[in-house]
Every structure is written in C-alpha cells, then in structure tokens.
Design a protein. Structure first.
Length: 738
C-alpha cells in the first residue's frame, strides 16, 4: 500500500507535488484518480494522481495529506499521463498547463472555480446528493473552498458535488458564459443510432484505399495527397468503417469544427450513435459527460473533434485521421501548451499502436518532405471524382487594369463578366477577400492621421454595419470620429477593402443578386455558420463573399465561378511560409468551383502576375511550389532543416521589456551563438497594453530537446531572479506558425 502520491494540479507549477496518502485511501487509491488537496493556507484543488510510491521526499518537512478522493476509479489512464509529460517536455510548459488544457473544466475543479445551483432541476438524485444540494446557497455563486462551510464538512462532499455538476443540478461558471445552447449532448449531433453504408468507391479511390492499407503494414503514418474534390472524405469513411469493425476507436481531427459542418453531418449519417463530437462550443457539462463515458467504456467509437480531442481518454485507439493537415489552426497559439495537433497526434498514435492518415490537397511542405524521405508513406489522388476537371484559373493583372481605368471598384472586367455569366446560368459565385470589416483603416486626407487602438499597436478597422471602429486584436470598439483630432479636418476617408465593402459593391453592380457574407462577423456562432451553409446549399444565395472560412470543408453543387479579389495580400505577409500558405489558401478556395457539372472558372486578381508562385497556382503544380520552398529554406536554414523556438517577452513597460530581451539574448548566446535572431519588435508590438519583444532560435537537428529546455528554463529563471525583470512574462513557443 503506497504512502505517498505525486499529483498534478491545473497550475503552471515547475514540478509535481507530493502528498501523504491517508490510511483510509491506501488500499483504493490508483493512478489517474482525482483527489482533493489543499495548497497554501486556504486554496483547494482537485488534483490528479500521477504516481504512487513509498519514497518520502528528501528535504521536505511535514507533508500535507490528501483531503479525499473524488473518483472511485481512474478517470485518466497512465498512458495519457505519459503523453501529457511528452507534450510538457517538447512544448516547454508545465504538466499542470497540459492538464488544464486536457480536462474539461467540470473535471478540474479549482479553488477559484465558481458554481451556482441550477435555476430549475427535475432530474433524479439519490438521498446524499439531494441533501448536499439542499445545503448549497440558492442563486449565489460559491467556490470550491467554500464547500465545507455550506456542507458542514460532510464526508464525500467534493465527490457529491462532482455528481451534481455532471447531472446539471449545479453549474460551473464557465458553462454559464459559454456560447448559445447546442445539442443536449455531443453525441446528439450524430442523428441518433440510424446509419447508412459508405458510398461505393470509384476505381481511383479503391486503388488509393488499397495503397493506404498496404502502407499501414509497414509505416504508422501515411500522407494522402489528393486534389480538391478527389473524394478523400469517402476514403476516410471506408477506413473508419473497417477500423470500427475491427473493434477499435477512431479520432477524426478537423481544423475547426464550426467550419466543417458538412463533414460532421456526413459522418453522423454514416455512423450515428457510434459517433461523438468534441469541441469547446459544446457546454462543459456535455464535454465532461463525453470524457467520462470514454474513460468508463469503449463508446463512442468515433470521435470527430478539433485539436483538444487529442487528450480524450481513448481505450482502444486504432486510427487518427488528420484532415486538411496543412491548416495553421492545428497549432495552439495561446495559452500553453502551444502544441501542434498534427505532430502530437503522430506521437500519441505511436504510443497507442495506432495509425495516422494525414489528408490534404495542399500538404505542409514538412509533411511532403517526410513522405519523400520515406518517413511517411505517400498515396496520391491526381484526378477529381467522377472525372471532373480542375477549375480553369485565369490570372488578371489588375495593375494594368487600374492603369487603363478598367477597374470597377474591386472588380476587373473579366471578373464582372464571369459573375454575370454565372448568375444568368442560375449558378453561384464565391468571392474571396481575406480581410473582414468594411475597410482596414480610416485616414485624414489633410494630415494623414489614422485611428489606432488605445491598447494595441494596430490601426482600427472600420465596420460600416456597426458604425464603429474595431480592434481585431483585443476586440475593443470605438465611435467614428466626427473630425480629425490632429488637424480638425473633416475629410476622413476609408482606405482598403474588406468583405463588407465587397458585398456592398456586388449589390451595386448586381442589384438582383442575393448576397451573403461568411466571416467572423457574420458567423460568430456555430448556428450562424450552419445557417449560412444551409442558405448557400439550398440555392437561396447567389453570391457568397468571405474570408478564408469559405475555403474550408465546403462542398456546394452549384458554385461555378470563384473570384480571388486580392491575391497579393497573401503574398506580402512577413513570414517565411507566406508563399506556401498563399498556394494552399488560393488552391483550396479555387477548389470550391465546379465540384459538380461543368468545369469551374476562377479569376485570380493580382499585381504580381509574373511571380512564379502565381503560375504554380494556375497549373496546380504543388510539386514545383514545394521544391522551390524547400530549396529556399535549405539555403536560409528554416524548417524543416532546423527547429524554431520563439521566445516572447511581455511587459507593460516598453523599456523594461526591451532591456529584458537584451539580457535574455545575452544569456542564451554562449549556447546558441549566431543561431539567435533578435531581439526584435514584432509586427504588432503591443497587444492589450502589453509590449512585446521576440527572440527566434534556430535549433540544429543534432541538439536534444531536453538540453535545449534546460538552457531556456535556466535563462528564464535567471532573468526572473533579477528585480528589474521579475515581472516580465517569458513565453516559449516551439515550432511557431507565425
């Protein structure tokens, strides 16, 4: 019987904490169970038992005892805890931060977590639960640390509270602040238990499926490179069916659940009640229920989810599908752990003995290189389903069109003609402009003043529909200025073009067309997005105007023409991945055209018609793009020929963060030498009143991750020990995407 327990708390602590196991729990406590522990004089947390042992920690005085056990059996498997430890080590954060990201808030009750009794509850409770509920305050929020006060320290009160939360009699504060109500449970989106068989495969799809299955006999990872509309989803469905029939579970990862409604609905029709959906837009109660169900049984067998679904407690994981594996949204930006779901999925599958299928029409160059080198298997689909042709992409030099005064606002004559032809044929049009709002800035034509956010170092975007100026970094909004505050002039005009302005221009030139926008303003919730999808699919929309949202997971029968309004915006990003992402985004949005019926038409407007990347997009020559980008990155030593770690420092004082960044660079140079770039001011150097400086480390392949981690943590701790920089925040971002 173990006497000590090393536990994880959902906090950024540098190590696990050790507690004594009370005599009453020594026979029953197991790794993966949650327990209540005290931290400091007043704080109470639910911690996770990570290790049980009989080794008294050296140099530690009197240890605190575990207060009580919450679970009667493990909620997290030891293999999951090992995976969390890998995520913590590779992405340079604490295990507690990984735990906080992994568990739904209802399963990681913290001292500060607030609860409230449900306004109305008609469910069934046992006598103990009903008694505890009657003691809790009505219409008043209370904390975990207050529980003893209300329950008079009754035994098992924390475990009962957990049951009350799972049954809906008590709500967690996070749930009260969540998005509008969604289906009553994640599995409810799976259309009950009714199922249909996957469609028969074409000869080309059947060939690809056979090659994938053969590849999995030798390699754990396979890259499926299939052009848009080649039928990759149907291949996924057959692989899922075979995996489920073999008694194993499947994780189907999507870059963003809200942007892939059609795929979720399709999987639900095929797999019904065997499918669950896991996403932050579902209530915490639903996510907690799904987690607990998976931990206690083998159901549901198929999980469709975003990156956080990686942390679910799978018991018999056999296959992970990473759809649109190139998508940047697979990378967690903030808070820690800043992990990449595609890369973490490969590690998870390796530990579980599962296989990974990466799918994309435009793979990340790192994935394609791994396939070329033989690390991954490679299967290609080069033709569209049912013999359809890829869309015809026509490049229009708008610089020349502007010079000849042929442009009508944002539209070239060729784009006008294609929109008109599509509308006359009762077909639909998609217009792509990757910038929301009406205009990216306002400008005084007298003195050049432009309004900026008071909290962030960025110009404010004009949103005409709201009559406001909005910061796209912190969300703050401001009234429109009546006059210039610098010169008093009244000639303030907008500059640049967003989706709102494009929609307005379409309504001017095509007044009979029914238009709709799809961006973060018009599709803030999952329900709004689904309504837009339904309107387009049913033919109630003629012209859909949108940002990158229109390129992801959409399959509309009647879209004939696609207009890329401003290709240059994608090419001018200050990022070594700019051309790769431009190719991916424009190829994906072009792929929305002509998915049924006659060949689609794409008008690509640019001022850089002679750029090689434009010709590669026109010819859909992914191999040439990839070759060019790899050669350039090899020359300048960028991934995949090295690893990048971004070190970001933040502080409210510009001078403090600047001097701290210089000191951090000085501490690191003896180890990394000239492989340190910076410190530099980022493009946006102040967000939410915090000033920032960045260092970029190019890590040579031969350096071990644990050695790099040790040096970085030493430098961070050395910096924190100096009173001048103690309050400066230091963030490590491994494999940054921007």
């Amino acid at each position: 019987m173990s006497q000590f327990a090393d536990v994880l708390l959902p906090l950024a602590l540098p190590r696990r904490l050790t507690y004594k196991v009370p005599t009453s729990l020594r026979a029953t406590l197991r790794v993966g169970m949650r327990v209540v522990v005290s931290l400091g004089p007043t704080k109470m947390y639910s911690a996770l038992v990570a290790r049980l042992h009989d080794e008294a920690p050296a140099g530690v005085g009197r240890l605190k005892e575990i207060v009580e056990a919450i679970d009667s059996e493990p909620l997290v498997a030891p293999e999951q805890i090992d995976f969390w430890q890998w995520v913590s080590g590779y992405y340079m954060c604490s295990e507690g931060e990984v735990m906080k990201a992994a568990l739904p808030s209802g399963l990681r009750l913290e001292s500060e977590t607030r609860f409230v009794r449900a306004a109305k509850f008609d469910g069934q409770l046992n006598d103990e639960e009903a008694h505890i509920l009657s003691l809790l305050p009505d219409k008043k929020r209370f904390c975990l640390k207050d529980l003893g006060k209300y329950t008079k320290n009754l035994a098992n009160a924390h475990a009962v509270l957990r049951n009350l939360v799972s049954k809906g009699a008590v709500s967690v504060k996070e749930e009260l602040q969540s998005a509008p109500a969604l289906p009553s449970s994640p599995a409810a989106a799976a259309a009950g238990s009714a199922t249909a068989a996957p469609n028969a495969l074409s000869d080309e799809q059947a060939r690809a499926l056979g090659e994938i299955e053969k590849a999995f006999e030798k390699k754990n990872v396979c890259l499926l490179h299939g052009v848009t509309s080649s039928g990759k989803t149907e291949i996924y469905a057959h692989l899922i069916q075979k995996t489920l029939d073999a008694g194993q579970q499947v994780l189907y990862l999507l870059p963003e659940i809200a942007l892939t409604t059609q795929i979720v609905d399709r999987m639900a029709r095929l797999f019904g009640g065997r499918m669950g959906v896991y996403h932050s837009k579902f209530s915490d109660r639903d996510r907690t229920r799904l987690w607990t169900q998976l931990a206690r049984s083998d159901e549901p067998q198929l999980i469709v989810g975003v990156r956080s679904a990686l942390f679910l407690p799978f018991r018999r994981l056999g296959l992970i599908i990473v759809d649109e594996e190139h998508e940047p949204s697979y990378k967690q930006q903030s808070p820690a752990p800043r992990y990449h779901a595609r890369d973490a999925a490969i590690v998870l599958a390796g530990r579980a003995g599962a296989r990974v299928l990466l799918g994309s029409a435009t793979p990340a160059v790192e994935s394609y290189l791994n396939a070329q080198r033989g690390k991954y298997a490679l299967v290609e689909l080069t033709t569209r389903f049912a013999g359809l042709d890829l869309p015809d992409i026509e490049v229009v030099d708008i610089q020349e069109a502007w010079r000849k005064k042929q442009m009508k606002k944002s539209f070239s004559p060729r784009l006008i003609d294609e929109i008109k032809a599509a509308l006359e044929a009762k077909e639909q049009v998609i217009l792509f402009q990757n910038r929301r709002g009406y205009s990216p800035l306002l400008e005084c034509r007298t003195c050049g003043w432009t309004p900026h956010c008071e909290r962030c170092d960025v110009p404010l975007t004009f949103h005409k529909s709201e009559g406001r100026l909005v910061c796209h970094y912190c969300g703050a909004s401001y009234p429109l200025p009546e006059a210039c505050p610098c010169c008093g002039g009244g000639d303030i005009r907008d500059a640049g073009t967003g989706t709102e302005k494009i929609e307005e221009q379409v309504q001017v030139y095509f007044p009979e067309a029914k238009t709709l926008r799809m961006d973060l303003d018009s599709a803030k919730t999952r329900r709004q997005y689904e309504r837009i999808i339904d309107d387009v699919a049913s033919g109630r929309v003629d012209v859909l105007i949108g940002t990158q949202m229109v390129s992801k997971g959409l399959d509309f029968d009647r879209v004939h023409a696609v207009g890329i309004i401003d290709a240059d915006r994608q090419l001018n990003q200050p990022d070594f991945r700019a051309y790769e992402r431009a190719f991916q985004m424009m190829s994906q949005v072009a792929g929305r055209a002509g998915r049924k019926g006659r060949r689609g038409k794409v008008i690509l407007q640019t001022r850089k018609a002679d750029e090689p990347i434009i010709d590669q997009i026109v010819r859909n020559d992914y191999a040439a793009m990839c070759s060019d980008q790899l050669e350039e990155r090899r020359l300048f030593d960028f991934p995949p020929f090295c690893r990048l770690i971004k070190v970001e420092l933040r502080h409210k004082d510009e001078h403090v963060v600047g001097s701290a960044a210089e000191e951090m660079a000085r501490l690191l140079r003896p180890t990394f030498g000239d492989r340190i770039l910076g410190p530099d001011r980022p493009v946006v150097a102040r967000v939410k009143r915090l000033c920032a400086r960045n260092l970029l480390l190019k890590i040579a392949p031969e350096l071990k991750a644990q050695d790099v981690r040790r040096v970085l943590f030493w430098a961070r701790d050395t910096l924190a020990a100096d009173p001048r920089w103690r309050s400066c925040e230091v963030i490590f971002d491994v494999d940054p995407m921007q």
